[in-house]
Ligand binder design. Structure first.
Ligand code: ZN
Length: 65
């Protein structure tokens, strides 16, 4: 995370995003920027705790129907 903002570009208010803040590769452990922690291990290659969290918290309007 960085607190620096370029002053020459206009500031855009972005919706809060759930993104990986820290990823422990060995443990396949993800820390989200919201504080959520879970596994990114994907036994079936499709779903994982992290993916479920990310999808569940995705901002409105970002999903296509
Ligand atoms: Zn989150």
């Amino acid at each position: 995370m960085t607190n620096q903002r370029p002053s020459s570009t206009k500031v855009v208010e972005e919706p809060f995003k759930h993104v990986i803040d820290e990823y422990k590769h060995k443990l396949q452990r993800v820390t989200c920027t919201c504080g959520w922690q879970g596994s990114s291990a994907s036994p079936d290659g499709v779903s994982s705790e992290w993916k479920a969290h990310h999808v569940a918290n995705r901002p409105p309007g970002s999903s296509k129907r």
